[in-house]
Design a protein around this ligand. Structure first.
Ligand SMILES: [Zn+2]
Length: 338
């Protein structure tokens, strides 16, 4: 089985000769940029450079998928957010379009043609052509909760979700169409699966808020977007994995704040799990022995796609990601694991 097929099979918890290795979020480090000769911010703004750096996830690190949208601001830039694209050692940051939930906000008609969307769409097309027969090509979109933070500002959006929930729901319905349109465009360019990132972490969003504002929307996204979806939420999500399970989404990319065995128990039989390896403790600071031990434990409890919990810290050594990929393939390929 090719790496691509192993990854896509594992997204459905299917049988494969080994576990998959992958990430729904960025695996770029500064030493990987040096190795490939492409750095931030160019890799956010130039489709050829974006594709080249993303391809290294497969060709250099040995992951079974590639994912070129390294930042969280692409479609938000296309919606009108002013974005500082950062530099080699810093991820981009952006500013909201509106200051109040009552400000008029229109989704620009041609937002898919703005560079924020057009660049990653072109990069996905290049990746499909260059590595798409071997590695799974994964796109990324943000859900309407995160887009709401970006368009209206985090504080304004959160306060409004408590005081004026109907207004928030109204905006989320409109932003949902942005998520669907960007996802459909990514599928047209060759994405095999899509990361759906929504920053509804416990610090900012209670389990009841997830249930009332988001579970239905994530279910609708699953029904409308015609490819497997990988939901990514940072932080401790143990109080909402049961709601996520009910959305029907294929896979959940989880943070190590949820112990892997607990995540597996909460996810049940159908929801595939990706990630769970700590970015600081293991990916940045771990020795090869610690990485192997972490991988072995995640395999033992039934994590389907081994990988980092979230976007890898830029100052992590990429050798550790190679070690993780090698360990996952070696340990899961042993007959005793099946
Ligand atoms: Zn994250």
């Amino acid at each position: 089985m090719k790496p691509r097929d192993i990854f896509l099979t594992k997204l459905h918890r299917g049988a494969a000769p080994r576990a998959a290795v992958g990430s729904a979020t960025s695996i770029v480090t500064t030493d990987l940029m040096d190795k490939i000769g492409v750095t931030f911010p160019d890799a956010h703004l130039d489709p050829e450079k974006m594709a080249l750096l993303a391809a290294a996830g497969h060709t250099e690190l040995g992951f079974d998928n590639v994912m070129p949208l390294f930042s969280v601001w692409h479609e938000s830039a296309a919606l009108g957010c002013r974005v500082d694209w950062g530099h080699r050692g810093r991820m981009p940051d952006g500013h909201s379009v509106c200051t109040s939930i009552d400000d008029p906000f229109q989704v620009p008609d041609q937002f898919l043609k703005e560079p924020g969307c057009a660049v990653p769409l072109k990069a996905l097309q290049l990746l499909k052509k260059e590595v798409g027969s071997e590695a799974a090509v994964v796109g990324k979109v943000f859900g309407p909760w995160t887009l709401g933070y970006h368009v209206f500002g985090v504080e304004e959006f959160l306060v409004a979700s408590l005081l004026e929930p109907d207004k928030v729901k109204h905006h989320m319905r409109r932003l949902l169409e942005v998520t669907v349109a960007f996802a459909e465009a990514q599928i047209e360019q060759g994405a095999d699966a899509i990361t759906l990132a929504d920053h509804c972490t416990r610090d900012l969003c209670s389990p009841e808020t997830y249930r009332d504002f988001l579970a239905e929307i994530h279910q609708e996204l699953h029904e409308r977007i015609r490819c497997p979806l990988i939901l990514h939420i940072c932080g401790d999500t143990s109080d909402r994995i049961e709601y996520i399970r009910k959305t029907g989404l294929e896979c959940f990319h989880f943070d190590s704040k949820v112990p892997a065995a607990e995540a597996r128990r909460l996810a049940g039989e159908k929801l595939a799990l990706m990630g769970g390896t700590g970015n600081i403790s293991i990916i940045r600071n771990g020795t090869p022995e610690m990485i192997e031990k972490d991988v072995a434990e995640n395999l033992r409890v039934g994590i389907d796609i081994i990988g980092p919990e979230c976007a890898v810290p830029l100052d992590a050594p990429y050798e550790n990601l190679k070690t993780l990929a090698r360990a996952a393939k070696k340990l899961s390929g042993k007959p005793s694991c099946f």
